[in-house]
Design a protein around this ligand. Structure first.
Ligand SMILES: Nc1nc2c(ncn2[C@@H]2O[C@H](COP(=O)(O)OP(=O)(O)OP(=O)(O)O)[C@@H](O)[C@H]2O)c(=O)[nH]1
Ligand SMILES: [Zn+2]
Length: 209
């Protein structure tokens, strides 16, 4: 895995990543643009805190989802029924406004000979969430990497999330959930399988109506 420390100078991606000092200067510019004084006492350490926070919020750029799924287990007595991890909380960031997208992911797959440690499903969600995202893209990325890496009989991913760019600015509609889903393999081809998955996760589409 390419472990990059966003807090240090970047030399693994030449030319594409500014230094931490440059990022802190950009925060000072934004503070001035917002109308405040970056030199007043309360804001002196803010650029440092913000870049540190960015390191956490955007750590997904340094994570390799495929790598997370490399260890699998085959001694499962031929288990070939659905495995579902539901209500995985995630925090992502919308690529249009850099505002939080906060919600839950529900991930299911039907193994074909091998299973993966369940924590890895949550890690994969975070690897894609901790980037600038569009919900549809994040949804497809999670499903695709599971399909390509585990090669199961099928993968289902449903995301339900509130977009703070819609809740706290612009149209100002708090409490609205965006629900997206990607169904691959058996979940796409077999309506009964899809229905079983939706009933296990409590069908967010129905909850909304
Ligand atoms: N499809 C989709 N749209 C998103 C997502 N996150 C934010 N958006 C929307 O992206 C759109 C960007 O529209 P623009 O008109 O370019 O930006 P804007 O002027 O800030 O739009 P408003 O939010 O309506 O004020 C907005 O309608 C957002 O609600 C997402 O994950 N998926
Ligand atoms: Zn947005």
């Amino acid at each position: 895995m390419n472990v990059h420390d966003p807090q240090s100078d970047s030399d693994d991606i030449p030319g594409s990543r500014p230094t931490r000092e440059q990022a802190e200067e950009a925060v000072r510019t934004l503070l001035r643009w917002a109308g405040d004084d970056p030199n007043r006492e309360g804001l002196l350490d803010t650029p440092k805190r913000v870049t540190k926070a960015y390191g956490e919020w955007f750590r997904g750029y340094d994570e390799d989802a495929e790598q997370l799924l490399q260890r699998t287990f085959e001694e499962v007595e031929g288990y070939d029924e659905m495995v579902v991890l539901r209500d995985i909380r995630f925090e992502s960031y919308c690529e249009h406004h850099m505002a939080p997208i906060v919600g839950k992911a529900h991930v299911g797959y039907i193994p074909q000979g091998r299973v993966v440690g369940i924590s890895k499903l949550a890690r994969v969600v975070d690897a894609f969430a901790k980037r600038l995202q569009v919900q549809e893209k994040m949804n497809a990325q999670i499903a695709q990497v599971l399909m390509n890496t585990l090669q199961p009989q099928g993968v289902a991913v449903v995301l339900e999330a509130e977009h703070h760019c819609m809740a706290t600015r612009g149209v100002h509609k708090p409490g609205v959930s965006m629900v997206t889903s990607t169904m691959l393999g058996a979940f796409r081809d077999d309506p009964a399988t899809r229905k079983e998955f939706l009933s296990v996760i409590g069908n967010p589409t129905n909850r909304m109506s």
